[in-house]
Design a protein around this ligand. Structure first.
Ligand code: G3P
Length: 215
């Protein structure tokens, strides 16, 4: 499973990338706003930190504006994946980007039916939002399972990108199901690394090492 970091904070992205486990980055308008920086400059800097797919999202809602906006975003860097909402305008734009060879990440997906349509339109990635469904007492991970099966049934090349990840169990479940990608906030990435038995085991090894005769 590819691991992306879900962040527009260049310090977080740089730190996680230094661990050697980051394959790509996803951003969204809320994360860009949280960074407090200009969209183009922060996206460009992210592209210089991570040499992999970098999702940057449109904010237009009508296809007449979304299509030129998507083309402009794609020009920022060769690794840009244009993030488009799962609306009819988003699907229309996805199809056109597919025909133009521009990679897309169709976002705000909350059902397998929506995910099937995104794949039909030629999406490179589909982003089902797991945590937000869990918040409404659904089982968000069911959509990951359904889409992995549906895409596999028909040999659809769209990659399932598990998003809205809230805790380490989401990551493990996504990997067990066979999600192609999981995009993970920095806080959860840090939680994935940690285990109290690793810490106590290392402390014990170092303590015991003190009694080893040194030449
Ligand atoms: O990047 C989109 C998605 O990961 C958002 O997550 O936590 O705002 O539901 P969240």
């Amino acid at each position: 499973m590819e691991i992306f970091i879900d962040s527009a904070d260049v310090n977080e992205i740089r730190e996680a990338a230094s661990w050697g486990i980051v394959d790509g980055v996803t951003t969204n308008p809320s994360l860009i706003a949280k960074s407090g920086r200009d969209f183009r400059s922060v996206v460009h800097e992210i592209c210089e930190i991570v040499d992999g797919p970098i999702s940057a999202e449109v904010v237009s809602t009508e296809s007449a504006k979304m299509i030129p906006e998507a083309r402009e975003i794609a020009k920022i860097h060769r690794n840009i994946v244009v993030k488009l909402p799962l609306t009819t305008a988003g699907l229309q734009t996805t199809k056109i980007m597919f025909e133009e060879g521009i990679k897309t990440n169709v976002t705000l997906c909350f059902s397998a039916a929506q995910g099937l349509l995104a794949a039909k339109a030629g999406a490179t990635y589909i982003s089902p939002f797991i945590g937000r469904l869990d918040d409404l007492a659904h089982v968000g991970m069911d959509i990951i399972e359904e889409l992995v099966t549906i895409y596999d049934n028909y040999g659809l090349p769209t990659k399932v990108l598990a998003a809205s990840i809230r805790h380490p169990r989401h990551v493990v479940d996504a990997a067990l199901i066979g999600s192609h990608v999981c995009t993970i906030p920095f806080k959860v990435l840090a939680q994935l690394v940690k285990h109290p038995l690793t810490d106590s085991g290392l402390a014990a090894f170092l303590k015991d090492w003190e009694s080893v005769p040194k030449r």
